[in-house]
Design a protein around this ligand. Structure first.
Ligand SMILES: Cc1cc2nc3c(=O)[nH]c(=O)nc-3n(C[C@H](O)[C@H](O)[C@H](O)COP(=O)(O)OP(=O)(O)OC[C@H]3O[C@@H](n4cnc5c(N)ncnc54)[C@H](O)[C@@H]3O)c2cc1C
Length: 509
């Protein structure tokens, strides 16, 4: 029979289901989508928010951890140690910023020094290269550390990345290889088939946009991973408890520290660190506070005091004059048991195909080092699917590469002049602090994953992140978005939904 568009059912219907549906577009969902896109599968990827990377993946310390901190024998340790070396290759293939700059854990005063040996032993057990250095050597390498530094643990394989850039790059590569990404699409429940003699089988999901049929669902819902697995009746006692971490961002023109400096870890986190970002700012934080509200990313007065005091202990010369922004992120911490349950913050990742239902790859509790581990988690998901009998043939024409768009401030004078000659919009500076041009903004609005809100442009171009925090660029970006999207300026939103940036025209008053 001749095949035409009318005889082939649309993908996602009962007779032609997707092969895989991924819930959640943080770094974990993005890496799963990117690595699965290599195979000849129909993949739908849904995200409830207006853009990708707005959850834990958007507000963290941006560290690619060495792997000495995780308890040996846990999935956290295994995924951290497997994920860490993948970042050089990933950054090269996907064109995002990553620096393997090394990290230090600094002991202040004699009492803390013993803890360094514990971490060194854990690093050895996990197969991570670490070296103990003296306080004197640490002060020589970073003169700004506390004069009472008694020693440090150096991990040369630790690094820093741009978590937004990495998530976007992986997501774009997935989309360019055929993954269908639907933002503003919320998972609500599963659709089931209940054979009398076999396990119940997930056959699709109900979403706000309607029902979609699929053979597999990957739960990468971060803070809401427990809600998703409970809808499948899986791990009813597993809960996610958001653990808030607050930060300061310092202006790179006012203060510069080009090292990553951790304190000796506390009981529920790796402690308040002072670190540089790939953009050259110093960031300070995070503290760790368990809270009930999964949406509460407001900073608190008490938290900010705690973070500042913690940072001063490591780097006493920090000055509040350099602060340009504050933010908080929520760690999606779960309660899966580990080999060492007495250490609270080591509660383990969940990465499994549950034995009680068919059709679910279940991820949960992906808190730190989840960013580092994300590519290794993606490979583990593929392994699990193979073990479950999926053939996974390579997709013809699959490409592992994705190229970013020109970043004006990173170009030489000559390259800048050439770009402006080709397109005059690259000659118009919209963000003066971060030197972002109209050409870059327009390119993002029409990119494979279009940026259609102010925050989406900010995440992709870094505009609005400097000393004026968007005061100069904001009205101009609203105008550009309105023009390019063919919308009224009053329709342009900060982050989707009702977050419109203008309420009415002044002359309408
Ligand atoms: C303060 C802090 C510091 C950290 N520092 C580091 C670090 O330095 N290094 C490191 O390796 N890790 C770090 N982490 C951990 C790391 O950020 C997380 O492990 C990682 O980002 C988790 O990614 P994710 O994709 O699982 O979750 P998320 O990024 O939260 O993504 C989950 C997505 O699922 C979507 N979603 C949820 N429910 C639904 C639904 N019903 N329908 C559709 N979509 C849905 C959400 O909107 C969200 O976009 C830190 C975390 C925090 C908060």
């Amino acid at each position: 029979m001749a095949v035409n568009a009318d005889t082939v059912p649309a993908v996602g219907t009962q007779s032609h289901p997707y092969d895989v549906l991924i819930i959640g577009a943080g770094v974990v969902g993005a890496m799963v989508a990117r690595f699965l896109a290599r195979y000849a599968l129909d993949i739908l990827w849904i995200e409830k928010e207006a853009d990708i990377c707005t959850g834990a993946s958007s507000a963290n310390s941006a560290l690619i951890h060495g792997g000495y901190a995780a308890q040996p024998g846990t999935l956290k340790a295994e995924m951290n140690v497997k994920g860490n070396p993948m970042w050089d290759h990933l950054a090269a293939e996907l064109d995002f910023s990553f620096e393997r700059c090394g990290t230090y854990v600094v002991a202040v005063g004699e009492d803390e020094r013993a803890e360094l040996a514990v971490l060194a032993a854990r690093g050895k057990a996990n197969g991570v290269p670490v070296t103990l250095i003296t306080g004197e050597e640490m002060r020589r390498r970073e003169p700004q550390v506390n004069a009472a530094t008694s020693g440090a643990l150096y991990c040369p394989v630790g690094g820093i990345c741009d978590p937004w850039g990495a998530t976007l790059a992986a997501a774009e590569n997935a989309v360019q290889n055929g993954v269908a990404l639907k933002r503003r699409t919320r998972f609500e429940d599963f659709l089931w088939e209940r054979p009398p003699t076999a396990l119940p089988r997930i056959v699709g999901v109900g979403a706000n946009a309607g029902d979609v049929y699929t053979r597999w669902v990957v739960n990468a819902a971060g803070l809401y991973a427990d809600t998703v697995m409970h809808k499948a009746g899986v791990r009813p006692s597993f809960t996610v408890t958001p653990r808030r971490g607050e930060y300061y961002v310092l202006d790179r023109n006012q203060f510069a520290l080009d090292k990553v400096i951790f304190p000796v870890p506390g009981k529920i986190s790796k402690g308040i660190l002072v670190t540089t970002t790939v953009h050259g700012n110093t960031i300070i934080g995070p503290n760790a506070e368990e809270i009930d509200d999964r949406t509460d990313t407001a900073v608190t007065k008490a938290g900010m005091h705690e973070v500042w005091d913690g940072a001063l202990k490591l780097v006493p010369g920090l000055t509040q004059r350099a602060i340009i922004a504050l933010f908080a992120g929520l760690r999606p911490g779960g309660n899966a048991p580990t080999l060492n349950p007495s250490v609270d913050y080591q509660k383990d990742f969940v990465i499994e195909i549950p034995t009680t239902v068919q059709g679910l790859v279940n991820l949960g509790g992906i808190e730190s080092p989840g960013l580092t581990a994300a590519p290794a988690i993606a490979l583990r998901v593929i392994e699990l699917l193979r073990e479950a009998g999926e053939g996974l043939r390579e997709r013809p024409g699959w490409s592992p590469r994705r190229s970013g768009r020109p970043v004006f401030r990173h170009l030489s004078r000559k390259q800048q002049a050439r770009l402006v000659a080709e397109d005059a919009r690259y000659g118009r500076i919209i963000c003066r602090c971060e030197f972002v041009t109209e050409g870059e903004i327009v390119a993002e609005i029409h990119a494979p994953i279009p940026a259609d809100t102010y925050d989406a442009i900010k995440r992709r171009t870094w505009l609005g992140t400097g000393r004026c925090q968007g005061a100069f660029d904001m009205p101009r970006v609203v105008d550009i978005l309105a023009r390019e999207l063919g919308q009224a300026p009053e329709e342009i939103s900060k982050k989707g939904g009702s977050s419109t940036m203008l309420t009415r025209r002044t002359k309408d008053l």
